[in-house]
Design a protein around this ligand. Structure first.
Ligand SMILES: [Zn+2]
Length: 61
């Protein structure tokens, strides 16, 4: 009873698909805009998905 997932890629387990997030640093720039830092997930490098093979390797341990 093997459950196989035919999808070529899967949602990144590290960021749950939210590969890029804007983080407010609490300040505003001189023009009054919120200062935000964009952080990309290092696991999927901002794509939100990882190859299924890579997930298998990570989950095998
Ligand atoms: Zn990710």
């Amino acid at each position: 009873m093997t459950h196989r997932t035919p999808l070529p890629s899967r949602i990144c387990p590290a960021c749950d698909g939210f590969a890029s997030v804007a983080v407010t640093s609490g300040g505003r720039d001189p023009r009054g805009h919120l200062r935000t830092l964009t952080a990309h997930c290092p696991t999927c490098q901002g794509t939100g998905t990882v190859p299924a093979r890579r997930v298998r390797e990570g989950a095998g341990a």
